[in-house]
Design a binder for this molecule. Sequence first.
Ligand code: F6R
Length: 259
Amino acid sequence: MKVLVFDNKRAGSLYAAQIIADKVIINNSVNEDTVLGLATGSTPTDMYRALIEINKNDVSFSRVITYNLDEYYPMKKSASHSYHYYMYDIFFQHVDIHEENIFIPNGELKNNELNEFCKEYELSIKRNGGIDIQVLGLGLNGHIGFNEPGVSQNSVTRKVALSDTTREAAAKYFEGKEKVPYEAVSMGIKTILDAEHIVLMAWGNEKAEIVKKSIEGRISEDVPSTFLQEHENVTIILDSESASLLNRSRVSLIESKLS
Ligand code: F6R
Protein backbone atom coordinates (compact mmCIF):
# COMPACT_ATOMS: atom_id res chain seq x y z
CA MET A 1 0.00 0.00 0.00
CA LYS A 2 1.23 3.44 -0.83
CA VAL A 3 0.23 5.80 1.99
CA LEU A 4 0.45 9.52 1.29
CA VAL A 5 -0.13 12.10 4.01
CA PHE A 6 -1.07 15.65 3.04
CA ASP A 7 -1.48 18.86 5.02
CA ASN A 8 -5.22 18.91 4.50
CA LYS A 9 -8.22 17.52 2.63
CA ARG A 10 -7.84 19.98 -0.23
CA ALA A 11 -4.24 19.08 -1.01
CA GLY A 12 -5.01 15.36 -0.83
CA SER A 13 -8.09 15.77 -3.03
CA LEU A 14 -6.09 17.63 -5.69
CA TYR A 15 -3.61 14.76 -5.73
CA ALA A 16 -6.42 12.18 -6.11
CA ALA A 17 -7.95 14.22 -8.95
CA GLN A 18 -4.57 14.36 -10.68
CA ILE A 19 -4.20 10.55 -10.51
CA ILE A 20 -7.52 10.31 -12.36
CA ALA A 21 -6.71 13.10 -14.80
CA ASP A 22 -3.37 11.51 -15.71
CA LYS A 23 -5.09 8.24 -16.57
CA VAL A 24 -7.78 10.01 -18.62
CA ILE A 25 -5.15 12.04 -20.51
CA ILE A 26 -3.15 8.92 -21.39
CA ASN A 27 -6.24 6.97 -22.49
CA ASN A 28 -7.66 9.92 -24.45
CA SER A 29 -4.38 10.21 -26.35
CA VAL A 30 -4.73 6.64 -27.64
CA ASN A 31 -8.52 6.84 -28.09
CA GLU A 32 -9.30 4.50 -25.24
CA ASP A 33 -12.02 4.68 -22.62
CA THR A 34 -11.22 5.27 -18.96
CA VAL A 35 -13.39 3.33 -16.53
CA LEU A 36 -13.79 4.87 -13.08
CA GLY A 37 -15.42 3.46 -9.96
CA LEU A 38 -16.84 6.37 -7.97
CA ALA A 39 -17.82 7.03 -4.36
CA THR A 40 -20.20 9.52 -2.77
CA GLY A 41 -20.30 10.96 0.77
CA SER A 42 -18.38 13.88 2.24
CA THR A 43 -14.91 12.50 1.48
CA PRO A 44 -14.61 12.94 -2.33
CA THR A 45 -16.34 16.33 -2.73
CA ASP A 46 -13.12 18.35 -3.15
CA MET A 47 -11.79 15.74 -5.58
CA TYR A 48 -14.90 16.19 -7.74
CA ARG A 49 -14.46 19.97 -7.60
CA ALA A 50 -10.86 19.59 -8.77
CA LEU A 51 -11.93 17.25 -11.59
CA ILE A 52 -14.50 19.80 -12.78
CA GLU A 53 -11.69 22.39 -13.04
CA ILE A 54 -9.46 19.90 -14.86
CA ASN A 55 -12.32 19.18 -17.29
CA LYS A 56 -12.76 22.92 -17.94
CA ASN A 57 -9.04 23.11 -18.67
CA ASP A 58 -9.37 20.83 -21.65
CA VAL A 59 -9.22 17.28 -20.33
CA SER A 60 -12.32 15.79 -21.91
CA PHE A 61 -14.36 13.20 -20.02
CA SER A 62 -16.21 12.18 -23.17
CA ARG A 63 -14.48 8.80 -23.06
CA VAL A 64 -14.93 8.31 -19.32
CA ILE A 65 -17.26 5.56 -18.14
CA THR A 66 -18.29 5.56 -14.48
CA TYR A 67 -19.71 2.97 -12.09
CA ASN A 68 -20.86 4.17 -8.71
CA LEU A 69 -20.21 1.99 -5.70
CA ASP A 70 -23.64 2.09 -4.16
CA GLU A 71 -27.12 3.51 -3.72
CA TYR A 72 -29.59 3.34 -0.85
CA TYR A 73 -32.49 0.90 -1.23
CA PRO A 74 -35.24 1.69 -1.69
CA MET A 75 -34.47 5.15 -3.03
CA LYS A 76 -35.94 7.30 -5.80
CA LYS A 77 -33.30 8.67 -8.17
CA SER A 78 -34.82 12.13 -7.84
CA ALA A 79 -34.75 12.16 -4.00
CA SER A 80 -32.31 14.68 -2.59
CA HIS A 81 -30.76 11.94 -0.38
CA SER A 82 -30.10 9.62 -3.29
CA TYR A 83 -26.58 9.00 -4.54
CA HIS A 84 -27.97 9.60 -8.05
CA TYR A 85 -28.89 13.12 -7.01
CA TYR A 86 -25.52 13.63 -5.31
CA MET A 87 -23.52 12.52 -8.36
CA TYR A 88 -25.36 14.72 -10.83
CA ASP A 89 -25.45 17.68 -8.46
CA ILE A 90 -21.79 17.53 -7.44
CA PHE A 91 -20.13 16.19 -10.55
CA PHE A 92 -21.85 14.82 -13.65
CA GLN A 93 -23.83 17.91 -14.63
CA HIS A 94 -20.63 20.00 -14.57
CA VAL A 95 -18.51 17.88 -16.92
CA ASP A 96 -18.71 16.63 -20.52
CA ILE A 97 -19.37 12.97 -19.61
CA HIS A 98 -21.97 11.20 -21.77
CA GLU A 99 -25.17 10.21 -20.01
CA GLU A 100 -24.97 6.67 -21.44
CA ASN A 101 -21.55 6.21 -19.80
CA ILE A 102 -22.91 6.76 -16.28
CA PHE A 103 -23.84 3.68 -14.24
CA ILE A 104 -25.26 3.90 -10.71
CA PRO A 105 -26.99 1.11 -8.76
CA ASN A 106 -30.73 1.56 -9.13
CA GLY A 107 -32.59 1.98 -5.84
CA GLU A 108 -35.97 2.23 -7.62
CA LEU A 109 -36.24 -1.40 -8.71
CA LYS A 110 -38.63 -3.94 -7.24
CA ASN A 111 -37.04 -6.54 -4.98
CA ASN A 112 -37.46 -9.31 -7.56
CA GLU A 113 -35.70 -7.21 -10.23
CA LEU A 114 -32.57 -6.60 -8.19
CA ASN A 115 -30.75 -9.87 -8.82
CA GLU A 116 -30.85 -9.43 -12.57
CA PHE A 117 -29.82 -5.78 -12.25
CA CYS A 118 -26.82 -6.64 -10.06
CA LYS A 119 -25.65 -9.40 -12.41
CA GLU A 120 -25.89 -7.02 -15.34
CA TYR A 121 -23.97 -4.34 -13.39
CA GLU A 122 -21.04 -6.74 -12.94
CA LEU A 123 -21.19 -7.87 -16.58
CA SER A 124 -21.30 -4.31 -17.80
CA ILE A 125 -18.10 -3.47 -15.87
CA LYS A 126 -16.41 -6.49 -17.46
CA ARG A 127 -17.68 -5.64 -20.96
CA ASN A 128 -16.09 -2.22 -20.60
CA GLY A 129 -12.76 -3.80 -19.72
CA GLY A 130 -12.88 -3.53 -15.91
CA ILE A 131 -12.36 -0.57 -13.61
CA ASP A 132 -9.14 1.38 -14.17
CA ILE A 133 -9.35 3.47 -10.99
CA GLN A 134 -11.68 2.81 -8.07
CA VAL A 135 -12.22 5.77 -5.73
CA LEU A 136 -13.14 4.92 -2.13
CA GLY A 137 -14.08 6.67 1.08
CA LEU A 138 -13.90 4.82 4.39
CA GLY A 139 -16.76 4.15 6.80
CA LEU A 140 -16.18 4.50 10.54
CA ASN A 141 -16.57 0.71 10.87
CA GLY A 142 -14.21 0.01 7.96
CA HIS A 143 -16.88 -0.36 5.31
CA ILE A 144 -15.86 0.33 1.71
CA GLY A 145 -18.82 0.83 -0.58
CA PHE A 146 -21.59 -0.45 1.67
CA ASN A 147 -19.71 -3.64 2.45
CA GLU A 148 -20.27 -3.84 6.17
CA PRO A 149 -18.32 -5.91 8.75
CA GLY A 150 -18.83 -9.63 8.15
CA VAL A 151 -18.79 -9.26 4.35
CA SER A 152 -17.21 -11.99 2.24
CA GLN A 153 -14.10 -11.21 0.23
CA ASN A 154 -15.85 -12.84 -2.76
CA SER A 155 -18.90 -10.59 -2.63
CA VAL A 156 -20.10 -8.87 -5.81
CA THR A 157 -22.83 -6.28 -6.50
CA ARG A 158 -25.95 -7.15 -4.47
CA LYS A 159 -28.48 -5.85 -1.98
CA VAL A 160 -26.96 -5.36 1.49
CA ALA A 161 -28.19 -4.47 4.98
CA LEU A 162 -26.76 -1.29 6.47
CA SER A 163 -25.18 -1.52 9.92
CA ASP A 164 -26.36 0.55 12.83
CA THR A 165 -23.09 2.57 12.79
CA THR A 166 -23.59 3.41 9.11
CA ARG A 167 -27.22 4.46 9.60
CA GLU A 168 -26.13 6.55 12.59
CA ALA A 169 -23.43 8.30 10.51
CA ALA A 170 -25.98 8.99 7.72
CA ALA A 171 -28.59 10.41 10.10
CA LYS A 172 -27.28 13.98 9.67
CA TYR A 173 -28.18 13.89 5.97
CA PHE A 174 -31.66 12.39 6.53
CA GLU A 175 -33.05 14.58 9.35
CA GLY A 176 -32.80 11.67 11.77
CA LYS A 177 -31.67 8.06 11.85
CA GLU A 178 -35.22 6.70 11.57
CA LYS A 179 -35.38 8.11 8.04
CA VAL A 180 -32.17 6.38 6.87
CA PRO A 181 -32.95 3.30 4.71
CA TYR A 182 -32.07 -0.09 6.18
CA GLU A 183 -30.67 -1.42 2.93
CA ALA A 184 -28.58 -0.48 -0.08
CA VAL A 185 -27.30 -1.91 -3.36
CA SER A 186 -23.51 -2.07 -3.31
CA MET A 187 -20.62 -3.36 -5.35
CA GLY A 188 -18.89 -6.17 -3.48
CA ILE A 189 -15.37 -6.54 -2.13
CA LYS A 190 -14.45 -8.63 -5.16
CA THR A 191 -15.82 -5.96 -7.51
CA ILE A 192 -13.61 -3.39 -5.76
CA LEU A 193 -10.50 -5.58 -5.59
CA ASP A 194 -10.79 -6.36 -9.32
CA ALA A 195 -9.99 -2.70 -10.10
CA GLU A 196 -6.54 -2.03 -11.52
CA HIS A 197 -5.78 0.84 -9.12
CA ILE A 198 -7.64 1.70 -5.90
CA VAL A 199 -7.49 5.21 -4.43
CA LEU A 200 -8.88 5.54 -0.91
CA MET A 201 -9.20 8.92 0.79
CA ALA A 202 -9.93 9.66 4.45
CA TRP A 203 -9.97 12.98 6.29
CA GLY A 204 -10.13 14.21 9.87
CA ASN A 205 -9.59 12.90 13.40
CA GLU A 206 -12.85 11.00 13.25
CA LYS A 207 -11.28 8.57 10.76
CA ALA A 208 -7.87 8.19 12.50
CA GLU A 209 -8.71 4.99 14.35
CA ILE A 210 -10.24 3.17 11.40
CA VAL A 211 -7.41 4.33 9.12
CA LYS A 212 -4.93 2.74 11.52
CA LYS A 213 -6.91 -0.52 11.65
CA SER A 214 -7.29 -0.58 7.86
CA ILE A 215 -3.56 -0.19 7.19
CA GLU A 216 -1.93 -1.85 10.19
CA GLY A 217 -4.59 -4.27 11.39
CA ARG A 218 -4.96 -7.98 10.69
CA ILE A 219 -6.86 -8.74 7.48
CA SER A 220 -10.34 -9.72 8.56
CA GLU A 221 -13.95 -9.50 7.41
CA ASP A 222 -14.59 -7.66 10.70
CA VAL A 223 -12.88 -4.63 9.13
CA PRO A 224 -13.69 -4.85 5.39
CA SER A 225 -11.13 -2.18 4.43
CA THR A 226 -8.31 -4.52 5.58
CA PHE A 227 -8.99 -6.58 2.41
CA LEU A 228 -7.31 -3.73 0.52
CA GLN A 229 -3.99 -4.84 2.00
CA GLU A 230 -4.13 -7.78 -0.42
CA HIS A 231 -4.37 -5.60 -3.53
CA GLU A 232 -1.09 -4.71 -5.21
CA ASN A 233 -1.95 -1.20 -6.36
CA VAL A 234 -3.62 0.81 -3.60
CA THR A 235 -2.97 4.48 -2.89
CA ILE A 236 -4.21 5.73 0.49
CA ILE A 237 -4.53 9.51 0.64
CA LEU A 238 -4.79 11.02 4.12
CA ASP A 239 -4.61 14.37 5.85
CA SER A 240 -2.47 14.86 8.94
CA GLU A 241 -5.44 14.20 11.24
CA SER A 242 -6.61 10.92 9.74
CA ALA A 243 -2.97 9.73 9.64
CA SER A 244 -2.25 10.78 13.22
CA LEU A 245 -2.43 7.32 14.82
CA LEU A 246 -0.36 5.47 12.21
CA ASN A 247 2.73 3.74 13.46
CA ARG A 248 5.10 5.23 10.92
CA SER A 249 7.99 2.88 11.65
CA ARG A 250 5.78 -0.08 10.76
CA VAL A 251 4.28 1.36 7.60
CA SER A 252 7.16 1.12 5.19
CA LEU A 253 5.77 3.17 2.34
CA ILE A 254 4.63 6.35 4.01
CA GLU A 255 5.67 9.29 1.95
CA SER A 256 4.99 12.45 3.88
CA LYS A 257 3.70 15.38 1.87
CA LEU A 258 3.47 17.50 5.01
CA SER A 259 5.14 20.83 4.58
C1 F6R B 1 -20.18 6.11 -0.51
C2 F6R B 1 -19.62 4.91 0.12
C3 F6R B 1 -19.25 4.88 1.55
C4 F6R B 1 -18.54 6.15 2.03
C5 F6R B 1 -18.20 6.05 3.52
C6 F6R B 1 -17.55 7.31 4.03
O1 F6R B 1 -20.47 5.89 -1.87
O2 F6R B 1 -19.50 3.92 -0.55
O3 F6R B 1 -18.41 3.76 1.77
O4 F6R B 1 -17.38 6.33 1.27
O5 F6R B 1 -19.36 5.81 4.25
O6 F6R B 1 -18.49 8.34 3.99
P1 F6R B 1 -18.05 9.88 4.20
O7 F6R B 1 -17.20 10.20 3.03
O8 F6R B 1 -19.34 10.65 4.17
O9 F6R B 1 -17.32 9.93 5.49
